[in-house]
Design a protein around this ligand. Structure first.
Ligand SMILES: C[S@@+](CC[C@H](N)C(=O)[O-])C[C@H]1O[C@@H](n2cnc3c(N)ncnc32)[C@H](O)[C@@H]1O
Length: 172
């Protein structure tokens, strides 16, 4: 998608954290496999991964702390007729996502940079039981080991730098 190219160009020009997700088609395929109708994302950047999910018919709530990225993402999504399917929010993920309802989202996608336990906790809270958590950029370090421990009881698999996990149903 041309939005991936635009994101790479923006990253080169400004040297910021606009690193597009490696393969938006793969992300959309996972979302379809999960049967997702709704998704929550950390790391909007210029809207590439959100657009891939929205193109697959998914309603997306996405957050980025960089107001320039959010403004560009909204413009790009609008130009592609996807604005009504993506809610772009500005701010720190841990604060912004705490206001979303718990246990409703079908898919939670982390695409910030170095992962932290606090970010995964706030994403996991939004997920319904059986919902999929997809964590990108695991190879960047951060609190990747602690995150693996946090979701150790979930059904896990890995695909390169991406961790996929299914939220368990509460024990009866
Ligand atoms: C790897 S890029 C996201 C790429 C995007 N998903 C795509 O496919 O083009 C990371 C973005 O996450 C944002 N970000 C990282 N950590 C964040 C946090 N804790 N809260 C809000 N935004 C965050 C950065 O500002 C940056 O724009």
């Amino acid at each position: 998608m041309d939005l991936k190219r635009a994101t790479l160009d923006h990253q080169r020009t400004y040297g910021c954290g606009s690193r597009p997700f490696a393969d938006g088609a793969q992300l959309a395929a996972w979302a379809i496999q999960a049967g997702a109708c709704s998704a929550v994302e950390i790391g909007t950047s210029l809207g590439y991964s959100a657009a891939c999910l929205a193109n697959a018919g998914i309603l997306v709530q996405t957050v980025d702390r960089d107001p320039v990225h959010i403004e560009l993402a909204q413009r790009h999504l609008n130009e592609r007729g996807l604005a009504s399917r993506v809610n772009c929010m500005t701010g720190e993920a841990v604060e912004v996502l705490a206001d979303l309802p718990a246990g409703e989202a079908d898919l939670a996608f982390f695409d910030g940079m170095e992962v932290s336990v606090a970010e995964i906790e706030v994403l996991a809270r939004t997920l319904r039981p059986g919902g999929w958590l997809i964590v990108s950029n695991m190879e960047l370090g951060g609190e990747a080991a602690e995150v693996r421990e946090l979701i150790g009881g979930w059904q896990l698999r890995e695909d390169g730098e991406v961790l996929l996990a299914v939220k368990p149903s509460p024990a009866r």
